[in-house]
Write a protein that binds this ligand. Structure first.
Ligand code: HEC
Length: 210
């Protein structure tokens, strides 16, 4: 029974991510079942994070406009990230042009961002192991693109407007995260799962909570 369940889980993981993948990208083909499970778990973390942050942003926006939503984003984004992180796994957002300096991509992450910036490749995600042999240190990256909704706080000065610009300057004096256009690469999610052995536990926890 246990074996059957695992097989079902693996089939589900493979089936659900297969449609997302462009055929010609080697990195995105699961090399084995564990990697497919890792991708599935990481994608669940990303959707949970996105869903919660978006709903916080939307409701703060409705209540008090973009200036109010800036504070909501400042407080809620790290809280939600922490909520989806545990001892053995974590999720965060990084970028080359940070608003919050804590979200600055390191050198290796900048290389991955360059892969996502390559419009010919059109990678939907990228993943890698620190040590593929013993399934330690899995990292999953997924690009974050700018949509129309984001321009109120990340667009050019005309789109952002004076009030929001002032509020942003006040909270983030070194803000680099404006001037974007719809469709621009804004950054990426980084999901780290320390140990492949924990992935079933993570999936169970996620399925229960999402
Ligand atoms: C109401 C204003 C507002 C809107 C709308 C908004 N953001 Fe942000 N964004 C912020 C603030 C404020 C931060 C800094 C959060 C922090 O301090 O951790 C931020 C940070 C980020 C970061 C983390 C990297 C960094 O620069 O610190 C990403 C990625 C990001 N936003 C993407 C988006 C995307 C994509 C959208 C549209 C779906 C969006 N944002 C909409 C205000 C906004």
């Amino acid at each position: 029974m246990y074996r059957l369940l695992i097989t079902a889980l693996v089939l589900f993981a493979l089936g659900c991510s297969a449609s997302e993948k462009p055929e010609n990208t080697k990195q995105e083909t699961p090399t084995n079942a564990i990697q497919a499970e890792m991708q599935d778990a990481a994608q669940m973390l990303v959707s949970g994070f996105m869903k919660d942050l978006k709903s916080e942003l939307m409701s703060a926006m409705k209540k008090g406009g973009p200036v109010n939503a800036i504070s909501a984003c400042q407080i809620k984004a790290p809280e939600i990230a922490a909520g989806f992180s545990a001892k053995q796994w974590s999720i965060k957002r990084v970028t080359e042009k940070p608003r919050n300096q804590l979200n600055k991509a390191d050198t290796h992450q900048q290389e991955i961002l360059a892969l996502f910036a390559d419009t010919l490749k059109q990678l939907k995600f990228f993943d890698e192991w620190a040590n593929p042999d013993n399934k330690i240190g899995y990292t999953y990256y997924q690009p974050i693109k700018i949509g129309k909704f984001c321009l109120k706080c990340h667009g050019d000065s005309k789109k952002v407007g004076e009030k929001v610009t002032l509020a942003l300057k006040d909270k983030y004096p070194d803000d680099q995260a404006t001037g974007y256009k719809s469709g621009d690469l804004r950054g990426m999610f980084v999901v780290v799962i320390e140990n492949g052995d924990d992935v079933s536990q993570l999936q169970r926890a996620l399925r229960d909570s999402l």
